[in-house]
Design a protein. Structure first.
Length: 146
């Protein structure tokens, strides 16, 4: 298993960022529309913990399906897993995020992805995930700081 741990400071109240994250099926509300990976549409299956958001990205024939495994408003933590078909080179993936208030109008997002991959794909998968996390942070930061 490999992991990537990363963080992002946001100049917005934790409540503003949490409202975006807690609305799990509405990733299009904050995902960057000008990035290299653009969401064409999202199909949600279920509600709350256990729901799956099927994210159809432009130029990709199949969705990335992310299941919400945990969502705790009190501790501001969430967990997700990719279910179904995984991105190329990836054998498994799950992530945990934590949102921490750092001031009355600021917070920090800590995010850790844990995944397995074959040796030949390790560098490509690492690069793909780091790019996805950068887009995630950019989108959340922009939406929350508006």
């Amino acid at each position: 298993m490999a992991e990537i741990t990363t963080s992002q400071d946001v100049n917005a109240p934790a409540a503003a960022v949490w409202s975006l994250l807690a609305d799990y099926g509405n990733i299009q509300a904050w995902w960057p529309k000008d990035g290299p990976v653009r969401i064409a549409r999202v199909k949600n299956e279920g509600q709350g913990v256990g729901m799956i958001r099927h994210i159809y990205n432009e130029g990709f024939p199949k969705p990335i399906s992310e299941r919400l495994d945990h969502l705790d408003a009190q501790t501001k933590t969430w967990k997700l897993s990719i279910v179904g078909e995984l991105p190329p080179g990836m054998n498994s993936y799950n992530a945990i995020g934590t949102l921490t208030e750092t001031g009355p109008a600021s917070c920090r997002i800590d995010y850790k992805g844990v995944y397995s991959t074959d040796q030949e794909s390790a560098a490509a998968v690492d690069g793909f995930l780091r790019a996805a996390y950068a887009l995630m942070f950019r989108g959340l930061k922009a939406a929350a700081e508006r």
